[in-house]
Design a protein around this ligand. Sequence first.
Ligand SMILES: CC(C)(COP(=O)(O)OP(=O)(O)OC[C@H]1O[C@@H](n2cnc3c(N)ncnc32)[C@H](O)[C@@H]1OP(=O)(O)O)[C@@H](O)C(=O)NCCC(=O)NCCS
Length: 155
Amino acid sequence: MIRIREARKADIPSVLELERAAFSPPWSERALLDQIGREDGFFAVAVREDEAAGGGTVLGFVITRRAADETELYQIAVREVCRRQGIAGLLMEAMLEDSRRHDAASVYLEVRAGNSAAIGLYEKFGFTVAGRRKNYYSNPVEDALVMSLLLKKFD
Ligand SMILES: CC(C)(COP(=O)(O)OP(=O)(O)OC[C@H]1O[C@@H](n2cnc3c(N)ncnc32)[C@H](O)[C@@H]1OP(=O)(O)O)[C@@H](O)C(=O)NCCC(=O)NCCS
C-alpha cells in the first residue's frame, strides 16, 4: 500500500537521491529543507505504508507553492523503478486537494517541451498548454511549455 503524507526532515536524504536522479540541475538539500511545513506551500511524499513513520525510501514527491489564488507546481518525481504504477497520479490528487482546500482558482506549471511522460500526466489531470517559453531550460537547452488548470469557473 502506498501512503501520501506531508514531507518530514527525515525524508530529505531519500528525496535528494530521487531529486538528483530526476532533475538537471537538481535542487540542493537546503532548498528542499526550506519547502517543509511552509504555510504557502505543499510538500508531500509517497512512501510504503510500513515505512510511513519516516526515514525510509521515498518513492515519489511533489512540491507546490501558492501565491494569491494561484498554485504553482514546482516539482513532481517518482523513482524510475516505481513508474507507471499510478504514484504520480496519487501525488497530483493530493496536490489538487490541497489547492482546493486553500481556495486556489488555478494551478500552473512549466515543463520541458520534450517531457512526454510529464505532459501525459498533466493532460490526464486536465491541464492544457497556455504558452511556450523559448529556450527556457539549460543543460540541455529546451523550450518550456506553460500548462494550466482552472479549479474555479469565472463568469
Ligand atoms: C512524470 C512522472 C512523475 C510520472 O510518474 P508515474 O508515477 O510514472 O506516473 P503515473 O503512473 O501516475 O501515470 C499517470 C499518467 O501519466 C501519464 N504518463 C506517465 N508516464 C508516461 C509516459 N512514460 N508516457 C506517456 N504518458 C505517461 C499517463 O497518462 C498516466 O496514466 P495511465 O497510466 O493511465 O496511462 C515520472 O515519469 C517522473 O518522475 N519523471 C521524471 C521527473 C519529471 O520529469 N517530472 C516532471 C517535471 S517537474
